[in-house]
Design a binder for this molecule. Structure first.
Ligand code: ADP
Length: 499
């Protein structure tokens, strides 16, 4: 008989009926019950009843009545495997065993059960009692803790935990990989060891925010690797709270962003270079257009002179007229380039005056008709209206739309112009029945140099007209839009506020 089996020697199970003893055991904050040699329950305390969630009848019910027991793998225990049964049978203490109990309501508790034999004054075996520890809550907390620890351990990102004084209290594999320190080297050290001196203040300010319960995401900083190398990092910083919600520390989840930073730097550099080159190109365009324009203007003047004196020589007259027409086209292209340069540097000047839209549209259409069959352009509606604007510039817009409508309907279909007064605006539209525009290109038409891919090769142009038109309309508080069906034709609209 082991020493522990002596504990209740010289007592009989009846001792439990002793009132003083019972009142002590009753209040004991540990579940306890006792039975006689037949397993009939003779006593149980309040804690046991709470744990069982039942009140077995004393002197009648046996230990079998209170619950089912399982091993931790949920294998049911046979009756003869119950701790109390073994103690009753073998008359020895049955020591600690962690079991699961299924109670009357089906709920499961984690228990540690000790059962002890009871001997009477003649050393005769007299019964057994059990002490039952309910460890469910600890078990849950432990499981929870284990899950969290294993998630943190296996996280790819570095997880660094520190207390409110700044001492490192947690350091996972990710942190080892990222910053080079193994846990024993850094745990208990001050976090400032891995923070650059000029960022310590910043870290303190962040700590103040965290202490107030705030969380900081994607904060970019640098941390010091064990080797002394600085590593660009994106940090998410959150408070750690105890079970009462009190903030007791800080977690930092760090992700290396060396590559992102390098790519960003490269992009910035690239962008700067691109801007620079764009600027050079714009300067070049502006210069080139000026340089082209001067000889062009003088060539035009000379040809006009020739034209003036060539009446007698019909052949020269035709040549000179053709040369003049080509120079005119060249002049238009150069003017376009010059306009773009002016727009880029904000030097496009506007002379605003009231315009009678009716006259303006009629005259402009008439001008364009000189270069095409007269019947090609029809005016279908012409509402009376007045707007404030730069007449020459607006003429440029309308001429561009008309020329495009003609150019992009190569089979000579009719082009229709309409002027409609709608509320406080006048809407001018130019419709053609030409090649149309694919939907994905519509929003790009007004970009500088943009030309629809499959048409660009078949028609002359620089892709500047609509860009300039858009700029001019914006300066007039106007709007513009396009409706088009590929293969069927397009309608370009612009609206201007009425004066
Ligand atoms: P471009 O000198 O190339 O005509 P624009 O800026 O006037 O320059 O027009 C830009 C592009 O929009 C053109 O290259 C063409 O692809 C498309 N486009 C413009 N007007 C029409 C139209 N009426 N029908 C079909 N495509 C058009």
């Amino acid at each position: 008989m082991g020493i522990e089996n002596q504990r209740f020697t010289n007592l009989r199970v009846d001792f439990l009926t002793n009132a003083a003893m019972q009142s002590i055991l009753m209040e004991m904050p540990l579940a306890m019950y006792a039975c006689d040699v037949n397993g009939i329950i003779k006593f149980y305390n309040a804690e046991a009843a709470t744990l069982w969630q039942m009140h077995p009848t004393i002197g009648e019910d046996t230990w079998r009545a209170v619950w089912k027991l399982y091993r931790q793998d949920f294998q049911a225990l046979l009756s003869e495997e119950f701790p109390i049964f073994r103690t009753l049978k073998l008359q020895v203490r049955h020591s600690r065993e962690e079991l699961l109990a299924e109670r009357a309501d089906g709920s499961i508790r984690h228990l540690i059960i000790y059962s002890y034999p009871i001997f009477d004054e003649n050393n005769l075996f007299n019964g057994a009692y059990e002490l039952i520890y309910d460890v469910t809550d600890q078990k849950k907390a432990r499981t929870h803790h284990q899950i969290i620890s294993s998630v943190i351990e296996s996280a790819e990102d570095a997880v660094i935990l520190k207390d409110l004084q700044g001492l490192v209290i947690g350091w996972n594999n990710g942190a080892i990989k990222l910053l080079g320190y193994i846990s024993p080297e850094i745990i208990g050290q001050h976090i400032s060891q891995i923070i650059p001196t000029d960022r310590q203040k910043e870290d303190e300010q962040i700590m103040e925010l965290i202490k107030r319960g705030e969380r900081i995401r994607h904060y970019e900083t640098i941390l010091k690797h064990k080797s002394g190398r600085w590593i660009p990092i994106s940090l998410t910083i959150s408070p750690i709270r105890d079970e009462n919600g009190k903030i007791i520390g800080v977690s930092k989840i760090a992700r290396e962003i060396t590559q992102e930073v390098a790519v960003r730097k490269m992009l910035e550099l690239y962008n700067k270079k691109l801007k620079q080159e764009n600027q050079y190109k714009d300067q070049f365009l502006s210069l080139a257009s000026h340089e082209l324009k001067t000889p062009l203007t003088s060539a035009k003047a000379y040809i006009q002179l020739i034209l003036h004196n060539a009446n007698k020589h019909r052949k020269y007259y035709t040549f000179a007229t053709k040369a003049l027409l080509s120079l005119g086209k060249l002049e238009n292209l150069i003017n376009g380039l010059l306009d773009v340069s002016r727009i880029k540097i904000g030097k496009m000047t506007y002379t605003m005056a009231e315009i009678n839209v009716r006259d303006f549209v009629e005259n402009t259409v008439e001008d364009v008709r000189q270069f095409t069959e007269v019947s090609r352009i029809q005016i279908t509606q012409l509402d009376d209206s007045r707007v404030m604007g730069d007449k020459l510039k607006l003429e440029q817009v309308l001429i561009n739309l008309l020329n495009n409508a003609i150019k992009y309907s190569p089979d000579g279909e009719v082009v229709q112009v309409a002027v409609k007064k709608i509320q406080n605006k006048v809407v001018i539209s130019v419709s053609d029945h030409g090649i149309g525009i694919p939907p994905q290109s519509i929003n790009l038409l007004f970009d500088r140099y943009y030309r629809v891919n499959h048409t660009a090769d078949n028609f002359p142009g620089l892709g500047l007209g609509l860009f300039i038109a858009a700029e001019i309309l914006k300066k007039h508080d106007g709007t513009y839009w396009v409706e088009s069906t590929l293969g069927e034709g397009s309608t370009f609209y612009f609206s201007l506020p009425l004066s």
